[in-house]
Each structure stands twice: as structure tokens, then as C-alpha cells.
Design a protein around this ligand. Structure first.
Ligand SMILES: Nc1nc2c(ncn2[C@@H]2O[C@H](COP(=O)(O)OP(=O)(O)O)[C@@H](O)[C@H]2O)c(=O)[nH]1
Ligand SMILES: Nc1ccn([C@@H]2O[C@H](COP(=O)(O)OP(=O)(O)O)[C@@H](O)[C@H]2O)c(=O)n1
Length: 228
């Protein structure tokens, strides 16, 4: 008999640690980490219709419209009927949350509440390996060799919209659109909010919450492993 599948979402403003914490969750619990930001970047790189459209928004530090996000992500989720997953960065708006709701039942939503100054400091120091989505921070988790991805040795890049000029508008917008989504998940009784300035201090709380919901399952390759 197949064990119950587990579906979770992690929400938070840019720089709140969604990607970092998602990787830890994927590694500890064997969930597949689905990153909306990575899907967007893959589509941009592949010049798909949705990718070309999304690019015009991301370049300006704006959110991609709901219909583009749902067109991009819902089909991916529909392919994952036999997998447990953790979605990072989607839904961002109430319309996206309603669209997701019509596709699947979520078990849990994690919302990260991180002060603005912390977000600004982290993002100005965020470096990314575009091919894998691996994220570094020059203070928190620097690469072994400066400017190079640990596994591939390829160059790291910074996103233009992580710089302070674009960031203020991104954060303000996030606050406005996320509030009704947070309220919705609160009313469903599945929202868990975590506040703080350090991922390492938040992580034990998330870890123990998830330990009560899903069996711990350390794996080295978590990318394609569903729960049993
Ligand atoms: N200094 C510091 N940096 C962190 C911490 N947690 C995550 N980061 C870094 O902050 C940046 C944003 O984290 P990320 O997981 O990409 O956030 P996301 O935008 O919500 O997905 C990355 O460069 C991370 O390496 C932390 O506790 N302290
Ligand atoms: N639901 C979403 C997710 C991402 N995005 C866009 O995609 C960009 C990159 O996504 P990301 O998850 O890597 O962004 P961060 O929150 O890590 O900065 C965001 O800055 C938004 O412009 C969006 O518009 N709507």
C-alpha cells in the first residue's frame, strides 16, 4: 500500500531563506523541492512562451502575473500525483492560492517572517549557480572557491533584482499580496509561521514540526525521491 503523500508550501519574502530551508527539508524528509523561481529561470533560458513573458517582469523586479505563474506551475504539479513535494515561492497571491487549491489539498504551509534589514543584507550578498539553483551567501554559506560553484566549479552570478534598488519595491509588493494568502491558510488551520534573523535558529523548529508530520528520511540524492 502506498503511504500518504505529503504536500507543503513554503512562503516568505525574497531572501527569507525559502530556498535554503527547502533544501534542508528535502534532504531530511525526502520531499521533492519544487522552486517556482527555478521553474521561471528554466523557462526563460529555454525561451518558452511563458518564459519570455515572465522575463519582462522579473527584469523590472516585478511579480509575474497570476495567469503566467499558474499556466507554468499547475501542469508540473499535476504530473506529480505520485510524489510528496514542497513548493517554494508559489502561491504568492490569493489568485494563485485559489488555483492551487483546485489542484491539490495542502497538508502544511510554512511562512517565514524575517526583518527587512536582514533580507537586504542577505540578498546583496546572495550568489547563485544558475544551472542547479544552488545558493550561496558570502558570510553565511560561502562557496569553497570564491565565485565558483562547489560541485561544478562553474561561475556564480548575482540577480539584478536582489540589489537594494529593486528590493524595496519587491518587499513592499510581497507584503501586500501575501497577507490574504496567509489569512487563507490560517483559516484552514495549516499555517505555521516562523520568525527570526537566522536560518540556523529557525531550522530546529521547522525540523521538529515536520518530524511530527512525516517520517525522517536522510538521503543524499533528494531530487527525485518520493516518500515511500
Ligand atoms: N547571513 C545569513 N544568510 C542566510 C541565512 N539563511 C539564508 N541565508 C542566505 O540568504 C540568501 C537568501 O536565502 P534564500 O534561501 O535564497 O532565500 P529565498 O529568497 O527566500 O529563497 C542566500 O544567499 C542564503 O545563502 C542566515 O541565517 N544568515
Ligand atoms: N510566485 C512567484 C514566484 C517568483 N516570481 C518571480 O520570480 C523571481 C525569482 O523567484 P525566486 O523564488 O528565486 O525569488 P526570491 O524570492 O528567492 O528572490 C521573483 O523575484 C519574482 O519576480 C513571481 O513573480 N511569482
Amino acid at each position: 500500500m502506498m503511504a500518504k503523500l505529503f504536500r507543503a508550501v513554503i512562503m516568505g519574502p525574497p531572501g527569507s531563506g525559502k530556498g535554503t530551508i527547502s533544501e534542508r527539508i528535502a534532504q531530511s524528509f525526502g520531499l521533492k523541492h519544487l522552486s517556482s523561481g527555478d521553474f521561471l529561470r528554466e523557462n526563460i533560458a529555454a525561451n518558452t512562451e511563458a518564459g519570455v513573458l515572465a522575463k519582462t517582469y522579473i527584469e523590472r523586479g516585478l511579480m509575474v502575473p497570476d495567469h503566467v505563474m499558474t499556466r507554468l506551475l499547475l501542469p508540473r504539479l499535476e504530473e506529480m500525483t505520485r510524489h510528496s513535494w514542497l513548493m517554494d515561492g508559489f502561491p504568492c497571491t490569493l489568485a494563485q492560492a485559489k488555483a492551487l487549491n483546485s489542484t491539490c489539498d495542502l497538508d502544511l504551509v510554512i511562512s517565514l517572517n524575517i526583518p527587512y534589514e536582514t533580507l537586504k543584507d542577505r540578498l546583496s550578498d546572495r550568489w547563485i549557480h544558475p544551472a542547479s539553483g544552488r545558493v550561496y551567501n558570502m558570510g553565511f554559506n560561502p562557496p569553497h572557491v570564491q565565485g565558483r560553484d562547489d560541485l561544478s566549479g562553474e561561475p556564480l552570478i548575482q540577480h539584478d533584482n536582489d540589489q537594494p534598488e529593486a528590493l524595496v519595491a519587491r518587499l513592499r509588493h510581497y507584503k501586500d499580496v501575501a497577507k490574504p494568502v496567509i489569512d487563507l491558510y490560517k483559516s484552514k488551520g495549516i499555517l505555521h509561521m516562523f520568525s527570526g534573523t537566522e536560518t540556523d535558529r529557525i531550522w530546529p523548529y521547522i525540523n521538529s514540526l515536520l518530524s511530527t508530520k512525516i517520517p525522517s528520511r536522510p538521503e543524499t540524492d533528494t531530487q527525485h525521491i518520493p516518500l515511500p
